[in-house]
Design a protein around this ligand. Structure first.
Ligand code: OKP
Ligand code: ZN
Length: 344
């Protein structure tokens, strides 16, 4: 299986995220991807390729032009506010909520940061745009390889993507890599595509992007949003809207869930994807379901990722795997590569 990777991911290096009123060091660090790359190379598991650079149209197929324009210019606007900002990441601190207008684009930069985001845990840095953009190129390149006949491909991109919506960032995510991959498969002629999100956190961005569409099925296994981030989406009664009714499946599970119960949910998700008649599969591959993850609550063990990889392979679909979460930095390489090795 080919891996698409670009070292520019490391340009996105946030310093702090807001947690309980304090700024704490970011969990989403460049070393995460570097550990996965090192483990792939240690096990000699397939070729590591640089992504192709895709034209802007591949991004506007999912994201709004005004959001993309904001992301691209955000860092220079931030530094223009105050030259001292060059050493500080940009974090939002004000958001429009119920009864506010979101149709008028504010001139004020802080206001636009809030309009286009949903939390204060996702610092926007000098290298965020280039990293997110080349990360998206990795996902699109992996989709292109699979559309061209490869059985599977892996996008080793960061920052992750599944919390990013058509026009908002949050949850460490800026561009929705999995959604971009799924859309690219559709644009290459596959009629029905499924996204299976196995990250600990609900993929609210991916769900929102495809919620009204009958051609992209979204299934997610995640910590129950009643207690777990991102809190405001991911309940079991969210089944799709309009033409997309029935094409969304949420399988929330309580904190403490281990592979024995987690894999029951996996079977339910794969059965639905099969009933849907998917011609290809995109996996949002978060490994923050690991027992040792510092910000998550499931208890999967490293060997369980071998079983996951084997089961995904048995689903029998052309598959794009896209790297998402996983914050136990020392084990993230072993866990992610276990999935890939068992699949291959
Ligand atoms: C991104 B992905 C921890 C706060 C956690 C955001 C979690 C984002 C997870 N102190 N806030 O789904 O792995
Ligand atoms: Zn996660």
């Amino acid at each position: 299986m080919k891996t698409f990777f670009n070292h520019l991911h490391a340009q996105h290096q946030g310093q702090y995220e807001m947690f309980r009123g304090a700024l704490v060091p970011c969990h989403e660090v460049p070393a995460r991807a570097d550990h996965v790359l090192a483990e792939l190379q240690r096990r000699k598991l397939g070729e590591v390729c640089a992504p192709q650079a895709f034209a802007a149209g591949a991004l506007t197929a999912i994201h709004s032009p005004r959001y993309l324009a904001f992301l691209e210019s955000a860092w220079s606007e931030w530094v223009a506010l105050d030259p001292a900002n060059a050493t500080r990441d940009a974090l939002p601190s004000v958001w429009p909520t119920r009864s506010f207008r979101t149709d008028v684009l504010p001139d004020n930069f802080a206001a636009r940061m809030g309009l286009f985001s949903f939390d204060a845990g996702s610092p926007l840095t000098a290298g965020t745009w280039v990293a997110a953009r080349t990360g998206a190129d990795c996902a699109l390149s992996a989709a292109q390889a699979v559309a061209g006949g490869e059985r599977a491909a892996f996008a080793l991109s960061r920052p992750p993507g599944h919390h990013a919506g058509a026009d908002f960032f949050g949850g460490y995510c800026f561009l929705n890599n999995a959604a971009l991959a799924a859309q690219h498969l559709r644009d290459k002629g596959l009629e029905r595509v499924a996204v299976l999100d196995v990250d600990y956190h609900h993929g609210n961005g991916t769900q929102a992007i495809f919620y009204s569409r009958p051609d992209v099925f979204f299934a997610s296994i995640h910590g129950d949003p009643r207690t777990e981030y991102p809190f405001f989406l991911g309940h079991a009664d969210e089944t799709g809207a309009g033409a997309g009714e029935g094409a969304n499946l949420n399988l929330p599970l309580p904190r403490g869930t281990g592979y024995a119960h987690w894999s029951d949910a996996l079977e339910v998700a794969l059965a639905s994807i099969s009933r849907f008649g998917a011609e290809a599969l995109v996996v949002s591959l978060g490994v923050d379901t690991f027992a040792g993850d510092p910000i998550s609550g499931f208890t999967l063990q490293s060997d369980d990722y071998l079983r996951l990889g084997e089961r995904l392979q048995q689903a029998g679909l052309p598959t794009v795997l896209v790297f998402e979460g996983g914050y136990a930095v020392e084990e993230v390489g072993i866990n992610a590569v276990n999935v890939l090795q068992a699949f291959a």
